[in-house]
Write a protein that binds this ligand. Structure first.
Ligand code: KIV
Ligand code: NA
Length: 265
């Protein structure tokens, strides 16, 4: 196994090889995703929605993120594991941000952290990078700011917000971030950002002109049903497949088909 590092990702951009990234929050899923050969595994704060059933990413705690991250780390042999710093554990000041980043790295064994925002988190990003911790940025539709946006629709459609986003991307690159996630922005804008920066831009709902793609694993394998944005490609309908398996099991128990002669001692 040749381990993926932050340097590998920058090299991949230079070689025009697209970067693949998926989420995982637990050992069993991380094992499958890593073995399949995905370049980056994100322990996203989307665990708040997918694992815990919250409506937003805001409620998940730093302790809960560390729990998910340490389970993922135990499974991974090749992928680069990036962990989200959750809402409320970096905004107060850069020292709090560094403390949270250190806890994630030390207690989970993660390889890098991700933090939402541009100029607002510049000092925090610098401080974390100064401690030797790789930082991935996240711009566009940043879900921790959903109550400020008031909507999950595409961001940066107007010139003013698009200009700010471009400047923010440059600020993050200058700080030393190794990559940036761009979420739900026009494809044209995302492609421009990717061409103007040397660090990889990983898109979700940001078109094909960027350096890589990320999706939430549970969405792309169809385990979740309620979430249907245009950018989501479903590779499986696991919700239907699992429902079939569970109803068959129930039938087999009720009909006494399970267990049979061989399935007992
Ligand atoms: O938490 C998450 O899953 C994310 C990705 C959607 C980029 O931040
Ligand atoms: Na996230």
């Amino acid at each position: 196994y040749k381990r993926i590092t932050t340097k590998t990702l920058v090299d991949m951009k230079q070689n025009r090889e697209k970067i693949s990234m998926l989420t995982a929050y637990d050992y069993t899923m991380a094992k499958i995703v890593d073995s399949a050969g995905v370049d980056v595994i994100l322990v996203g704060d989307s665990a708040s929605n997918v694992m815990a059933g919250h409506e937003t990413t805001l409620p998940i705690t730093l302790d809960q993120m560390i729990y998910h991250a340490s389970a993922v780390i135990r499974a991974v042999k090749r992928s680069l594991v990036v962990v989200d710093i959750p809402f409320g554990s970096y905004q107060s000041d850069p020292k709090e941000a560094l403390r949270s980043a250190i806890r994630i790295m030390k207690e989970s064994g993660a390889h890098a952290i991700k933090i939402e925002g541009g100029r607002e988190i510049k000092e925090s990003a610098k401080r974390i990078l100064n401690a030797g911790i790789p930082v991935m940025g996240h711009l566009g539709l940043t879900p921790q700011s959903i109550y400020k946006f008031g909507t999950y629709t595409v961001r940066a459609k107007e010139d003013e917000e698009a200009e700010k986003l471009k400047e923010d991307a440059k600020i993050l690159e200058k700080c030393g971030c190794f990559a940036i996630v761009l979420e739900k922005v026009p494809a044209k804008l995302a492609a421009e950002v990717a061409s103007e920066l040397t660090i990889p831009i990983i898109g979700i709902g940001a078109g094909g002109g960027v350096d890589g793609q990320v999706l939430v694993t549970h969405d792309m394998i169809g385990m979740t049903h309620e979430f249907n944005p245009r950018f989501l490609r479903r590779y499986l309908d696991l919700y239907a497949e699992m429902t079939k398996a569970f109803t068959q099991y129930i039938d087999d128990v009720k009909s006494k088909d399970f267990p049979n002669e061989e399935e007992q001692y």
